[in-house]
Design a protein. Structure first.
Length: 245
């Protein structure tokens, strides 16, 4: 069964960085598991962070602008073509770890049969992985336009300012109807001297605090070995498979 983790919230608060930290954590503690990273952000920051300047996106398949690695096989049905094309744009970034980028998504109210077929075939692709981590554009609505798939854990990454927490509340409200698991907040790059006020604001908005992360150069520089204990503490509070001791 696939376990899903989505990072949502305002750009610039560290979604992509945490996405990579958690993929490394999961890879270490579940070494035999397969992981799919989904870049659902219009900036394509996640794929860029791996040094991948890709134009090969799910949108490219739908728009007919994708440059395939090999010639397109003949005689395929539309469903077979989409399945083949999704395979073609997968990029391996580590052992048992692939990344795929969506870019633009089709609104759910679009009646185009190919849009639904794409969502269905992408869901089948997700089914093949043990863990899927989504780096999202803003909230779960945009992700839901890409694929209608159960989300076990959605994390709003926020700064500790009152304005950012208020925005996180809006993200939470717009995302709840797409959730089947836990929806929580990580306050990133915090100042310990003022964190108490921020937690009071979170409580006033009735947001679930998963944890906090202080300003940390190791996280910025993806020095995972130095921050594993931080990620483990956060992971332990999530609705995801437990680590066996």
């Amino acid at each position: 069964m696939t376990s899903t983790l989505a990072f949502i919230g305002k750009s610039g608060n560290g979604k992509t960085t945490l996405c990579k930290c958690f993929y490394k954590f999961i890879k270490k503690h579940f070494p035999s598991s397969s992981i799919l990273l989904v870049d659902n952000d219009l900036s394509l920051e996640l794929t860029d962070s791996f040094g991948i300047k890709t134009r090969n996106t799910i949108y490219g398949i739908k728009s007919g602008k994708h440059e395939y690695k090999t010639g397109i096989p003949q005689g395929m049905s539309k469903q077979e073509f989409i399945d083949w094309a999704l395979e073609d744009i997968l990029i391996e970034v580590d052992e048992n770890v692939d990344v795929i980028a969506s870019w633009f998504v089709t609104p759910k109210d679009c009646k185009c049969p190919s849009a639904k077929l794409m969502r269905d075939e992408f869901a089948k692709l997700i089914d093949r992985y043990d863990f899927v981590i989504f780096d999202c554009e803003y909230d779960l609505k945009y992700l839901n336009c890409l694929v209608d798939y159960p989300i076990n854990e959605a994390i709003i990454v926020s700064s500790q300012s009152k304005e950012s927490i208020a925005l996180s509340y809006k993200v939470s409200e717009s995302s709840k109807k797409y959730m089947q698991g836990q929806l929580g907040v990580i306050l990133n790059r915090i100042n310990q001297s003022t964190i108490h006020n921020s937690i009071e604001i979170l409580n006033a908005f009735e947001l679930d605090l998963i944890g906090t992360i202080e300003e940390n150069e190791d996280i910025k520089n993806n020095n995972f070995e130095n921050i594993e204990d931080i990620i483990e503490a956060l992971y332990s509070r999530m609705n995801l498979p437990k680590i066996e001791n």
